[in-house]
Design a protein around this ligand. Structure first.
Ligand SMILES: [Zn+2]
Length: 173
């Protein structure tokens, strides 16, 4: 599954022992890691844990390893209604895309954006704006009240993407 691969790619360097040693010192020499990426991974891990406990207060203790958090969160919320699980998946997808962006690779984001139509005008002109970290609609007739292109957050487009893929899967079964 691509999401997992992305997580593995971007999360592996952040693996650290349970000690409180400054994380940068845990990184293997010769594998320089952007501290911005590490900060993001830490924030993402906190978000996963917080969202999981909000959804399922009785979820067991969260694992210490960042990579294990995702399967822990999936298992803890697997009994929730489809909508709630989609919200979880959208958050994980957004995090995965953000990891790529922080690592300097906009590829996965632009790939997803290409597969989604504009929520407002339904055109296929959505674009990722590297400068503003938002998704913009390229249709000139699609703009906000002050004439700027309609824009969406990565989270909004990730939710749309997850919902569309889930609908396709329901049709296929
Ligand atoms: Zn539009």
């Amino acid at each position: 599954m691509r999401l997992r691969t992305l997580h593995a790619e971007h999360l592996t360097p952040a693996t650290r022992s349970s000690s409180n040693t400054r994380r940068a010192t845990r990184v293997h020499p010769g594998a320089p890691i952007d501290l911005d990426v590490l900060d993001h991974i830490e924030a993402a891990a906190h978000e996963i844990v917080a969202q999981t406990y909000t959804a399922v207060p009785t979820a067991g203790p969260a694992p210490h390893e960042v990579e294990a958090l995702y399967s822990w969160a999936e298992q803890a919320t697997a009994h929730l209604p489809a909508e709630r699980q989609q919200a979880r998946d959208a958050m994980m997808l957004r995090q995965s895309l953000e990891h790529s962006l922080h690592a300097g690779d906009p590829g996965p984001v632009t790939a997803m954006v290409r597969y989604e139509s504009c929520p407002t005008c339904r055109c296929w002109g959505l674009m990722w704006s590297r400068a503003d970290w938002v998704v913009l609609c390229a249709n000139r007739r699609c703009h906000d009240t002050v004439g700027l292109p309609t824009r969406w957050s990565l989270q909004e487009i990730a939710e749309r993407h997850v919902a569309r893929v889930a609908a396709l899967q329901r049709q296929a079964t």
